[in-house]
Each structure stands twice: as C-alpha cells, then as structure tokens.
Design a protein. Sequence first.
Length: 447
Amino acid sequence: MRQPLNWNKAALALVCGLASISPVLAQSPPLEGQKAFGDWRADKPGTVRRLTPADLPKPGATPSTANGSHSVPRPASATPQAPAGFKVELFAEGLSGPRILRVAPNGDIFMAETRAGRIRILRAPDGGSKPDVNEIYASGLKQPFGIAFFPSGDNPQWVYVANTDSVVRFPYKSGDIKASGKPEVVVAALPAGGGHSTRDIAFINGDKRMLISVGSASNVAEGMGAPAGGLPVWSSQHPLGASWGYETDRAAVMAFDPDGKNAGLFATGIRNCVGLAVHPTTGDVWCSTNERDGLGDDLVPDYVTRVKEGAFYGWPWFYIGDHEDPRHAGERPDLKDKITVPDVLIQPHSASLGLTFYNGNAFPAEYRGDGFAAEHGSWNRSKRTGYKIVRIRLKDGIPTGAYEDFITGFVVNDSDVWGRPVGVAVAHDGALLISEDSSGTIWRVTH
C-alpha cells in the first residue's frame, strides 16, 4: 500500500509544475475571425485577439454610425482593471486633459496638456505611488503633443516638443522643472490647418534623424482632386503613395535632421500615426495608427505596426493591403501591389493613440520588449470599443499579430465613459504609467 506521504509529494510536485507554466502559455487561445471584433462588454484583462486581412467584411456590411461617448466623472468605486498579479493605483488627478507621457533619463515624467498649451513635469521617488513635484515646465505652446530628449542617453541637452504646426526645443539639464529659456524653433512650419492635430516625435539612426508623425487633414482625402501636372508626373517626382493638394506631406511620417533641415517623407499612406515609438532592442520605428471612418462597424481596423522607410500603407486609396476604398475606386491601380500590410490589426475605430515598449524589469520577463498602446475609444461604431490599454505581443522583437487586453474598466455603460486613455510610458522603477484625458488622471501599474 502506498504511503500518504508519497502521494502528497507527487501531488505537490504536480502542482508546482503547473504553477511554473508561463502565463502566456497558459492563456486561452486568441479570439479570431468574427469573434475578434467584439465590443467593450467582452473586454477583460488577459483576453487575446488576432485579426487578419482575411477577416474583414465588405464595405457597408453594416451602416456607418455616429455614436460618441458621454464623458462622466469617475465613479468613486471605479478603478482600472489589470491582469492577476498586477496592481493599479491612482498616481495623479486634477490634470488638464493629460495626453502623451515621456520619462526623462532622471525619472521625471513630462506630460503634454495639449489643449492648455503646456508641458507639465511630475516627479516621484522610485517606487513612489504619488508625485511630490508637480510643476508647469513650459506654457504658451500650440497644441503640444510629442516630447523627446536629445541627445539620447543619460545627459540630454534639449527637450524637443512637437506642436501641431512646428517643432521647438528647450535647453535642458537633468533635474530642470522649469524651462531655462525660450523655445528655439527647429521646424518652423509643419503641415497644419485642420484635421488631425497630434504630432509625435522620435530620433533614430544614432540621433542623426528626427521623425515627426503628421496625420491627414481629412477622413479619406475627400475632394483632393488630381495633382498639378498630372498623376504620372507627380508620381515620378514624389515618394511612393505621397498625397497632394491640401494633404501634401500629411498622412505620413516626415524625416528631418535634428536641426530641422533636409525635410523629406519617411513613410506614406498612414492616415494618422498618433503614437510614434522606436523599439529599444531592434531599433524598428513603430506607429500606433487611427484608420478611416464611414465604412461600417468593422472597417477599417486601426493598427500598430513597424514603419519601414519608403513604405506606403494605403491611405486614402486602399486599406489593410489591397482592399480598395470604394470612395476612390479605380483611381490608383498603379499602387495596388505596392502596399505594406500593417503588423497588428486592432478592433476598428478603437482610436489607437500613445505607444511605448516595455524596457523595465519590474514586470514578468515575458513582458520585456512587448508594446503597450492606448485605445482612446470609438465614436464611429454602434457597439463601443477601445477605452483600454492593450499589450502588443512580440517574439524576439517581431510582432505575432496578436494583442491582449491589459487594462480595462474605463467604460460605465453603453453611453457613459469616465476615462479615455492617451499616453503610456515606463517609469524609472519599471511601473507602467497611463494618462487619460476624460477625467484628467494618471494611473500607475505595478506587479
């Protein structure tokens, strides 16, 4: 007869073995096909989705719907929800529409209060759940959004800020909580004048090049007409898929020298690259992108993707590969086989905004190098979607095509929301920081 002790040892070994299985491997299979579209009611931390171009419905399969959310004060009991093992705490509140977040090498948190036209600094000790410094760094800016430190490394000399119509920079030394001088104009005139207003900024190639994302002026280039001199001439003199007229140099990622010279187009056909980020290991450039509206509930997926120099991503003539937009039928057959398909398709109309990559050590090892994107939330969908933070799953720096609901809980009901996520950043201590511009709060996620 077996001894009870031996059985207990075997049982204990089995339990320990099961507990050691990676959470990623232990998860349910991803939602795919029609199940991957869903809406806010199906969102919960740990749910994985994978959409592919083959999953897309035909244009107009459902009517296009105006369904804007109603922002309400955060209910007293409302707290964002995270996967098991993670903790979400209120880090700061009473802010004026906090948008993009960037963390300086010394740990200071720079935040764009876009509508107020200013940059704010929050400082908390490592591991601190509340800031002990809260100061306006610079004001009088024009819809500031993107923030970057130059040169990269531990001792930047400048803070660059992307306004909606220009790029400026401030002299900087570590620990500054107030701008020490007036802004120096680096790029005097970015494409502006209506449409998407956010401009993000990143440096690549060992700080030798500056990238600026510029969204389109319209939904789908309505009334753009024909280019001066005709299409063949235009196409021969401009990058692949470059738009013209009032959309010139828009729906694109622009490239400059750090001093603002040698302007050009890095990539085209990206309707609105709101979050611009560089992967810390591979050096790949990434965009978190808002796609077009008006084709129905499940068109067109937003996306998070690597951005290749010289690539064309389809807007306005095509979407998600060679799917032709019916509003531009037959206009650009020359581009049909020259479109780069985005890496990770996000539920349509989620309004994908800020993007960062996890380079800390405080989360489990399988999170390192993965992306986090803020989904601001839909208005052009009958069944609300977005209003969450998603984790972009990578393997050795390569996207798998899957993404995971990471932080949810900002929606109250079918009409009301209390939070609309915008910025994501990794704090000095490895916590993930999340801004939302509806209730004016920042949240801190730890493990």
